[in-house]
Design a protein around this ligand. Structure first.
Ligand code: PEP
Length: 255
């Protein structure tokens, strides 16, 4: 059975005051939610504080990135063990904003994935195509390259303790959303690709959709067979919108 996951990627947003208000609202609105796992991924500087605020709640904590190294002379980086120590359960790796701005290659993302798991974290591996890839019919090639790099480095069994987020880059923060058909097609492609290495791992693997998911379009996307939750950017900063998405996911449990 795949329990859906709805994770909020706050990106570089927030302040102590704004975070306190958001966390408090989410604890109130999500307090007794069932049938869905929920997580928030705030900026790293606030993680320890938010871990304390979240203690005793159903909301798990995640980070937005981690180093591929465990410790040492890596100025500005944060290791998996550090993130685990301050209370993180999840960590996003390979978000398209980092692949683009920090030039993270698929091999580097794979190394981060392995390092995160070594620290006991659950990686949320982001994959997805640019607009130009979709328009030139290369969506599956791009997603396959990003996914295979991690399958080769970590082994398919590693996906027993990982989550994938399919995030078409052209839909992130743009207000454009993949249609349910477009999303389902790529989600099924991802699951089949993992299944070609191990069908059992693929059947249990949670594949989230990310890209302008909102309260208004969540139910249509979450109703699809291979969509097991969402990675939510903009809408995760609005407690009512994030709660509505989590509620929509909670109504669906895949046997
Ligand atoms: C994201 O950044 O992971 C994301 C899906 O953003 P948005 O929901 O704002 O498109």
């Amino acid at each position: 059975m795949r329990t859906p996951l709805v994770a909020g990627n706050w990106k570089m947003n927030g302040s102590r005051e704004a975070n306190r208000a958001l966390v408090s609202a989410l604890k109130g609105s999500l307090g007794d939610i069932q049938g869905v796992d929920v997580a928030v991924c705030p900026p790293a500087v606030y993680l320890a504080e938010i871990a304390t605020d979240l203690s005793g709640s159903v909301i798990a904590l995640g980070a937005q990135d981690c180093s591929d190294q465990e410790k040492g002379a890596y100025t500005g980086e944060l290791s998996g063990p550090m993130l685990a120590e301050v209370g993180c359960r999840y960590v996003i790796v390979g978000h398209s904003e980092r692949r683009e701005r920090q030039n993270e290659s698929s091999a580097w993302v794979a190394a981060k994935f392995v390092a995160a798991q070594s620290a006991g974290l659950i990686p949320i591996l982001c994959v997805g195509e640019q607009k130009v890839d979709r328009e030139s019919g290369r969506t599956e090639n791009v997603v396959a390259e990003q996914l295979d790099a991690v399958l080769d480095a970590a082994g398919v069994e590693a996906f027993e303790r990982a989550v994938i987020a399919y995030e078409p880059v052209w839909a992130i923060g743009t207000g454009l959303t993949a249609t349910p058909e477009q999303a389902q097609e790529v989600h099924a492609f991802i699951r089949n690709r993992v299944a070609s290495r191990d069908p059992r791992v693929a059947a249990d693997l949670r594949i989230l959709y990310g890209g302008s998911m909102k309260a208004e379009n969540a139910a249509g996307l979450l109703a699809l067979d291979d969509i097991d939750g969402g990675l939510i950017g903009g809408a995760s900063l609005d407690a009512a919108a994030f709660t509505a998405i989590a509620n929509a996911a909670g109504e669906r449990v895949v046997a």
